[in-house]
Design a protein around this ligand. Structure first.
Ligand SMILES: [Zn+2]
Length: 182
């Protein structure tokens, strides 16, 4: 009995995570990677649980985000990225030593729930948040791999910031950079 109970528990956690991802408008491909569920089960889940609410929870098609430059393209996004990355760090989603292996080991059920919690906290803190859940998932992967972006510290106040892998000069958070200019 024990074995089947464990299996039932795992399956339930998988489905709960898939539902949480679905309410954040994650793509099928993203849900498959993080939950291990088949596309068919994800579609059925979407129809049976969110069917009636489906008009409020749109499904997105096409490719998931893949441009790390998105996170540095405006001051506003840089600021929001720093907030989101701080919640990722609190949720133990950012490894001490980012690597390709850490990046591919990132998606699992427990970390998927941490990721949702981090994203939900971020949207509560910034009600006008612009970074979508898909971009948040992509950011978590970037920070785990560390090949393009890394979690760094402002050289003045040690506040958390997201920086390119090899920054040309020392980086300051927007607050300290503003003080220097002023
Ligand atoms: Zn600073």
């Amino acid at each position: 009995m024990r074995i089947s109970e464990d299996r039932y528990d795992r399956d339930r956690q998988r489905l709960e995570l898939a539902l949480r991802f679905l309410t954040h408008e994650a793509r099928t491909q993203t849900i498959r990677v993080w939950t291990g569920l088949s596309d068919d089960r994800i579609r059925k889940l979407y129809r049976s649980y969110l069917g009636r609410a489906a008009c409020y929870v749109p499904r997105h098609r096409g490719k998931s985000p893949h441009q790390a430059a998105y996170f540095t393209r405006s001051l506003r996004i840089q600021q929001e990225t720093a907030v989101l990355a701080s919640f990722f760090a609190l949720g133990r989603l950012v490894p001490a030593e980012p690597s390709a292996a850490a990046g591919s080991a990132l998606p699992d059920i427990a970390r998927g729930h941490s990721l949702c919690t981090a994203f939900e906290t971020y949207t509560i803190m910034i009600p006008t948040a612009v970074i979508s859940f898909e971009y948040a998932v992509f950011l978590a992967g970037c920070l785990a791999r560390g090949d393009q972006l890394r979690l760094g510290r402002c050289c003045d106040c040690a506040g958390m910031i997201v920086v390119e892998r090899f920054p040309i000069r020392e980086k300051r958070c927007q607050h300290c950079a503003g003080e220097q200019r002023g």
